[in-house]
Write a protein that binds this ligand. Sequence first.
Ligand code: NCD
Length: 320
Amino acid sequence: MRSIIDILDLSTEELDELIATALDIIGHPRKYSHICDGLKLATLFFEPSTRTRMSFEAAMYELGGHVISMASAASSSAAKGESVADTVKVISCYADIIAIRHPKEGAALVAANNASIPVINGGDGGHCHPTQTLADLLTIYREKGRLDGLTIGVCGDLKFGRTVHSLINAMSRYEGTRFVLISPEELRVPDYVINEALVRKGVPYSETTDLDKAMPELDILYMTRIQRERFFNEEEYLRLKDSYILTADRMKNAGDDMIVMHPLPRVNEISVAVDDDPRACYFKQVLNGKYMRMALMLKLLAEAGKLESTGLNGSRTVTL
Ligand code: NCD
């Protein structure tokens, strides 16, 4: 049974295929509005979420399917001590596909190893968040018209930010990508990500603490929240929380076609005045995330043989 735990579980051809499907959904929503009739998505969220859970749910409704949901650990048998493995064995009896978020790194993999239906990782601790990256890729494609030859500045909490790890893993596979990693010393990208995604593949990157200096050379500035819930001590969080605040004034250092992205939620790392700047794309990412989750669920359900009547077999090759 195919599950998606890491963005690297999808080949670059499959990323192109998902983008093509999402664009087709955007262009022809009615074509897809009954494709999942009678199918059920289970959302299992052991950590807070607004966008990821609700976009998965909206996505399944827009495909004609149904949703059963566990919106918090406290409201489920996890509170009584049930393991993730047992929970997903149970959910496999009720649903056709699972989206899971969990505070522990590796929990989504445990779920996938124990479920008899496809599992999609909606974020496992500080590890990875593949479907946010799908939203990011569609946004970059729609805004920049390409996924190659881009200089991407990633700024904020690059240590605990799982969206950052998945984005680096995805974009490092495209020709001509260059990264500028902007963070306080304490919140640098973990070595395992740097080594596997960048050094091993020879992808050019630089590390800096200086956002203003980096801005003029960027095609994309990807801002992130300092991940308070993953800090071991509150003092350290308080010291680092306002390391970078993107203001309208600072945006003057950026090129006219640099886009600003953020997985959201934002706390105060982007001032609301930037929202009116045409280069701000973070709310577009939200909408794109729904379309990419529709495309991903369609692909996994097709591969699991649940969409046979629709003619989708999950193995199309699409050229963008
Ligand atoms: C992100 C996450 O949960 O990792 N949110 C999201 O899914 N869009 C980013 C964050 O919480 O900072």
